[in-house]
Every structure is written in structure tokens, then in C-alpha cells.
Ligand binder design. Sequence first.
Ligand code: BGC
Length: 866
Amino acid sequence: MIGNAAHRAPAQTPASPSAPARLTPYGLRCEHRETPLGVGEPRPLLSWRLASARAGDDPVAYELEVGGWSSGRIEDPAAIGAVYGGPPLLPRRRYGWRVTVWAEDGAEGSAESWFETGQDVWQASWIAHDPDAVEHVDPPTEGDQALSHHGLLPCPQLRTSFESAAGVTRARLHISAKGLYEARVNGHRVGDAELAPGWTDYRRRIQCQVHDVTPFLLDGENVLAATLADGWWSGFTGFDPRRPGYHYGRFPELIAELHLTFDDGSTRIVATGEGWRTGHGKIRYGDLLKGECHDARAETPGWDLPGFDDSSWRPAVVTGDDHSLLVASRDEPVRALGELLPVSSVLVRPGVHLVDFGQNIAGRVRLAVRDQEPGRRVTVRHGETLDGEDRLHTANLRTADATDVLITAGGAEEVFEPRFTYHGFRYAEVSGLDRLDDIRAVVLHSDTPWTGTFECSDPEVNRLYENIGWGQRGNFVSVPTDCPQRDERLGWLADAQVFLPTACFNADVSAFFSKWMRDVVDAQSPEGGFSNVAPLLTGVADEGAPGWADAGVLVPWHLYRVYGDDRFLDVDSMARWVDFVARHNPDLIWRHRTGPHFADWLAPGPATPREVLATAFFHRSVALAAEAARVRGRHGETERLGALAARIREAFAAAFVGDGGLVEGDTQTGYLLALAFGLLTPEQGRGAAARLAMLVEESGPQTGFLGVNLLCPVLSAYGRADLAHTLLRRTDPPSWLYQVRHGATTVWERWDGVGAASMNSFNHYAFGSIGEWLYSGVAGIDQAPGSVAFREVVICPLPGDLSWASASHESARGLISVSWRNDEEGFRLQTRIPPGATATVHLPGGDTRRVTSGDHIFELVRGEKP
Ligand code: BGC
């Protein structure tokens, strides 16, 4: 028996001891990024989070000052950001900005940051190594017919030198490539972006980056240089067809402008164009899927420094001066964000070492090789799992060779790290060396600041949580991919859609998805069909799959709710999509194909009828498009789409809903979609939820990708948190902990990890979408249905039979944390709510409290047992 809750403020500040004494903005962002360079948005969004150690210390107003412009004091207690509203911003300028917030008692707090605007007009030309003067290189892997026909291109090096007077006060490099680039100024690597400029549909737009290179400039001769690789542009991309040049282009090209400002105010631009020289160096090829080969003997020392004799190099070919597709980057780039040392390294055959990094990642290996003779061939192959005890399992990579090769130059120490490839792997097999001196795995992923923590009393659930995070890291590589290892790595829309709520708890993915939503809209067909993958590429399954294409509506809606940025809501593109489906299905049952139908992908259980699944998503998309129209003040569309949603709901009920809430097909996913998407009356909902629970009790989870994210949330919303916990803790397949018990370090593509080798990824995050419920259910951090950016927090922990859990989320408004313990003494919960938010706290046993921002403790003392 649990008594009444005692509520008090903690004596000391809990989760974040650094909370300031009074209301203070922090975490300032411009366009969702910290101090970005090269902002392209004419009216950028400037946002902030709030912290205060005092309960109820909420904002009432704010003021933004940008350069010489001020918003004036704006009374808005909900504000955590505003778009710049001053005079047009000038290109290539740094703007300092400050936000001031006022609390109710008049106290004010402020913080400062800055951003820089990007390029308006380009002068540079695209340049390349003459493609007809390149010998294709056959990669050293055996038995790959496709490769022996097509070969791979050596990575071109491009350089120019220029004289500069003394007194450079500011130097900015604006740069992009068709392909991948790595730039250097006077021998210094420029920036820390990997795989830049990232992947977009290059037929539609190419992102460019801006780097501050001021410290690298010299008086006198200077060198601006870059290495290029094929990347997604002209390399092996996706799975079909397997030849370079098919998807976007044939060979890589570079564009760059170095803008110099001198202390006398004068300026100068060094740009790609005539006069650049190109040659080749040690990188014989670098391909995302095939791997990379360095022949260290062909290194061209000093090629990126002044004084290098490039007279034997060729003039670069000017390939064009079309700048129309160049746009400012919206996202943070991929970066090297961690390193792992081996947990074991075994000599499995003479000269062959098998290295286990203990964690499945996306990235590559860095290897130091000491005291070798010239010309030794060292090969690094990668795999996620093993065949037997001592062989890499590579069948699931399909045609991704994922093989890196070093041919040594000889000498005391050579460090080999590929620059233009990445692999999905836990194990590396290194052959060609008698001993391994220094080897480590470099973790690569898009830089999305981590915002979540979760821990509970079950170590296996904690491992699951870790696996979900690693799955996110390994699959957020410029675009949200399905998997990082095989010849696929595509931005499949459904995978992204079901995982997004988990991703948003784990990390600040606002900039990452702001970039990707532009890819999604770019990929929309003229008829309105959202695609199934974005960026789009030739040869990959077109448009319109239910649950996949719908991500064009579901993803921006969720981003808006989490980050509060209504610019995510592109009502016109949403309306084009739903009108497209409606045109093909005038009776509002989505049975006519708008593209392929992937059904409830990889569901182990009975198939959900395709029309049920499709029509449920149709309704969801239309209903959310109507909501989006409401938020954007589009009254006509709100009414039109709202009415359409109501008609689809009626059509769904008439066609598929039977007595007692039975949904046609009687499958878990059918019930989940109908319940979660509001397709049933309250009475039908109760019946459907009871039937869903029976099915789950009978056979555990039977959903594929399209139902799995709803499973635990819907069960708990209908009073069956106990069953959701049973599912979470279940260890028989299909289950999450089955994977954990079988050594998973990421989430598998298939519940049980068993399937055709060609379709069996061990790093596929869709089933990891339970992560959302670890935060929102187990720990209990959620927001109320109509709330945006956590203005109305819901704290509703579901302890099940766990004895404790804690979680935190650095939300768009500020830090939210929960930690609870449930033991013989009772239930104790501690929570932090950010300024500007209120919370409803639901305690076990039904007690509900409304609280202000700040820190709170609740204690329920367990009474005497009768
Ligand atoms: C991918 C999935 C994707 C699916 C479409 C697969 O090859 O790996 O994650 O959503 O195709 O059915």
C-alpha cells in the first residue's frame, strides 16, 4: 500500500550542480548550430535554453540584439528563440548577438554568441583532374567482376600558390566538391569535417562549407590545396547498379574561394579556376563502399606547402562555372568523434591478426606500422561478426569490400588512416604484418550534440540503451541511413521516421534533420510523391511506399514538437503528398499503388493487411498536415485537410473496424496503428487494446519496422505498462534482450539475427525505436499532447519491477531530468523542470501533481501491509 505523496524541493540542486542562481540563457544556437560559419538563411533562427536554480524562476520576456539591431523587449513567456528581424544581413560577416531574458520579478539574465553569414555570389570555377589522363586502378580484392571492369580512380591532388602581403586579419575558405574534399592551407589541414561536403542529391543542391583559416596564412608564398575522392558523387553508392558514374557524376570536381581581408581593409580572393595544377599522390583510390588504398611510396612530400615544384603536374581542367546548385550547409559535418582501442588482438594465421574493438561502429581503423621495408602490402578488412572463431563474416556486406590497403614506404613509423571511406565493423582483420604496433578504431558520425542519458537497475536494459545509441551514431552519417556496413547505406524514410523520437531524446538532431528534410523535399516527385529514400539516386526504389513516404509529414511534425521550430512544417509539400495519395485512391482506402509497398517490413508475425496499414498512415499524414497548417496559420488548408482526415477515418472504420474494436487482419501492427493514430472510438479503442494485449501475451512482439516504435507506448497508454515491461525484459526471440544476450553491441536488422546473409545487418536502428519509451515510459520524461518544445512536461515513470531508473534530456528549453527509486521503503522521485515549463507529475498509485519549473522531490512511503 502506498500512502500520499510528500512533495518538497530538494535541499541541494540535483542533476546539474552548475545551474545558475538566477534565470540565465545558455546553449545559444543560430539555425540550430553553435557559432556556425557560412549561414545561408537570410533570417536565421536564434535560440537559447534556460536554467535557474530557483523553482518557478520563469521568463516573461526577452530581447534579441544582433549587430546594431534590437527586437526590443518582447513579452513572451514561452519563447526560446526567434528569427532575426533586422535589416538584410551582409554576406561574409560576423554578427555578434545577445539574448536577454526577464524573470517575473524583473531580474534579467543574458548571454552572447555569434554567427557568420556565407557567400552570396561565387566567382570560382569548378576544376578537376583531366579525367582522360587518369589510369583506373584495380583494387586488390579478388573475384569481384564488377570491379575488374570498372576500376577505381586515384584521388587527385589539386593546388595553387599565391603571394600574400602581410597583415591578413581574416581568411575564410568557402569550399565544396562534387565528390569528397579535404583541403589544406600551407600544409595545415582545414577544419575537422570528414566526408565533406556530405551527401545531397547533387543534381539538386550541393552544400558548401566555410572554414576560418586565418592562422594558417603566411607572408609571401602561400599554398591552397585539396585532395578529392569519388564519395557519393562518383563512387559506389547504394546497391544498384554497381558502377561508378551512374548515380550523379563520373569524376570528382572542386570549387573553392579563399577570401582574405587585410589590416588596411583591402580584400582579395583566391579561387579555383585556370592556373591550378593537379597530380596524384599516395591515395590510389578511396571509395565509400570498396575501401581505400594508400601506396605510401607514391607520397608527394611538400605538395601542400610553398616551394613545391609542380611543373610536372598537369593543369587542372576547368569543368564549368555553374553556381546555381551551391547552398550553405545546414548541418554539422561528420567528424571523428571517438577512438576505441582493441579489446583483443589474436594472430589467427601467419601474418594475419584478428582485432576485436568490442563495439560495432561506423568508422575506420588507424594503424601505425613500424620498421617495415618498402613495398609491404598491409590489408585491413572489416566485419561486424565472425564466422567461427577466427574469420570475419563478410557475406552480409554484399559488394561493399570494406577493404583498406597500405603499401608501405618503409621507415621508422608510418601511420595509415583512410580519409575517404568508412565501414560498419566491430572486427578488423589485418594481414601482412608480423606484429601489430598500434591500432585503433576511429568512430565517425554526423556531429549531433548528445542530449540524453538513461540508466536503470537492469544492466541488460542499460546495454540495450547503449546499443541504441551506438546504432544512432553509426547510422547518422551525413544522412540517416539504414545500415553502415553493406552496399546500401541509404536514407530510407521509414527507418528514419520510426527511430526519430528516440534520436531526438538521445541527441540534438535539429540541424541534422533540417538538412535531411531539405533532401526529402528535393526528392518529392512533381506529382507530389515523397520518395522512399532521400537523397534520391538513380536506380533506387522510387516513391510512395506507405509508412516510408509518409515520413515526409511525420518527421517534420515531430521535429516541430521537439524543437519548437515551425519552419520545419512545409505545409505545401505535405499537402502535395496527401493529395497525391488521395488522387490515386478516391474512395480514401489506400489500395492503389503509389509506388512499392514494403508492408510492415521484417515483421515476424502474421502480415498486416496492406490496405489497413496504408490507410492508417494516410490518415496520420493528412491529420498531421492539417495540424501543420493550423500551426502555420493556413486556415483554408487546416479546414480542407481536417475534413479529409475525418473522411479517411470514416472510411477506415467502415472498411476495417469490426465489433469490439477488432481491426481487419487482427495483427499487432494493425491495432497499434489504429490506436496510435486515433482511428477508433474510445470504446473501440478499449476493445482493440485488450485484443492487442492478448496477441502480445500470446507471442511476444510480432511487429516489423512500422509498428515496433508504438508497441510499448501504446500498451502503456492503455493501462498495460506491466506488459510493456514484460516485453522489454523478455529474452526469448523475438525480443530486444535476446540480442543483448547474444552479444549485440548495436541493434540488429532482424529481431533474432537470423536471415539470408545478404539481408542481415547487425546495425539497423529501426527496432531500437524502443529507446523513446525508455525515456518517456520507464524513466518518465514526456511532453503533453499539445505541448511544443517541452513547454508542458509530463513526468510519468512506469517502474514495472525495476528498482530504480534515471534519465535526463537537454531539451530545446533546458535540462529535464528524472530519477526514481522504488523499494521496500516506498517510491522516491526527483525531477528537474526547465524554466518556462510546467510539469504534471504522475506518481505510481494514481497521485498526480502540477509543479512549476525547478527541482522537486516526491516521496511515497509504503504503509504497513495489512
Ligand atoms: C533496408 C531497410 C529499408 C527497406 C525498405 C532495406 O533494404 O535495409 O531498412 O527500409 O529496404 O523495405
